[in-house]
Design a protein around this ligand. Structure first.
Ligand SMILES: O=C(O)[C@@H](CO)OP(=O)(O)O
Length: 248
């Protein structure tokens, strides 16, 4: 008995294209992102990997990616659960900042520590800053616990309880689960599934719009380490592009 989990990072967003740190800012997909999402849906069909239930973050780039992909797979009718715990990492005071300018201003070491270290969050974002989410009704239940910045460790800690309580329960019920989320929230989940060390996770980048399928054994261990991208060549190329952001 194995479980099937599909991870899908949203397609390119307007801010990916502008090379801005995004985090919890609710930017939409651009045309490239919508095309990637549609291709993601086709890959699900071509590989006969159709989800029974969908999980998304509360951010429209993930929601719309899932809608487009599932529509293409004629699967728009499956039940949906959304939770802030699948949101992108809150990027703190870097939200809305240009990645290339940030690299230039702070240097490679600090830039990469903020982007990819496991436990160093960027400086916190002020509540009255332009790109703050404080006061956004979708996070009202969080009250004062709403994050003002997060490192990957924080993302893992807020995401894992939801994985345990909800997502795993659907897998155990025999459902093929699609999680449509973000570069860093999916890195956190992959770190957990594959048992990647705090150091090695820095080198892992998730490409946009390409389904990553995990077959998990009864202990939720991946049958194939790292899962299987439904288009491995495109995934390798796109992951390298993510790694190089800020440098073009
Ligand atoms: O800006 C962001 O929110 C993320 C994902 O796009 O960027 P990075 O890959 O630099 O963590």
């Amino acid at each position: 008995m194995t479980y099937k989990l599909i991870l899908l990072r949203h397609g390119h967003s307007e801010w990916n294209a502008k090379n801005l740190f995004t985090g919890w800012v609710d930017v939409d997909l651009n045309d490239q992102g919508r095309a990637e999402a549609a291709r993601g849906g086709e890959l699900l069909v071509e590989n006969d990997t159709l989800p029974d239930v969908l999980y998304t973050s509360l951010l429209k780039r993930a929601i719309n990616t899932a809608n487009i992909a599932l529509d293409r797979a004629n699967r728009g009718w499956i039940p949906v659960k959304r939770d802030w715990r699948l949101n992108e990492r809150h990027y703190g005071a870097l939200q809305g900042k240009d990645k290339a300018q940030t690299l230039e201003e702070f240097g490679e070491e600090q830039f990469m520590q903020w982007r990819r270290s496991y436990d160093t969050p960027p400086p916190a974002l002020d509540d009255d800053a332009e790109f703050s989410q404080i006061g956004d009704p979708r996070y009202a239940d969080l009250g004062d616990d709403a994050p003002r910045t997060e490192c990957l460790k924080d993302v893992l800690e807020r995401m894992l309880p939801y994985w345990e309580s909800d997502i795993k329960a659907d897998l155990v019920a025999g459902k093929t689960v699609l999680v449509t989320a973000h570069g860093n929230s999916l890195r956190a989940l992959v770190k957990h599934l594959d048992g990647i060390s705090d150091e090695d996770i820095a080198g892992l980048n998730i490409p946009t719009g390409i389904p990553l399928v995990y077959e998990l054994d009864e202990n939720f261990q991946p049958v194939t380490a790292g899962g299987t991208y439904l288009d491995p060549d495109a995934a390798a190329e796109a992951a390298a592009a993510v790694a190089n952001q800020g440098r073009q």
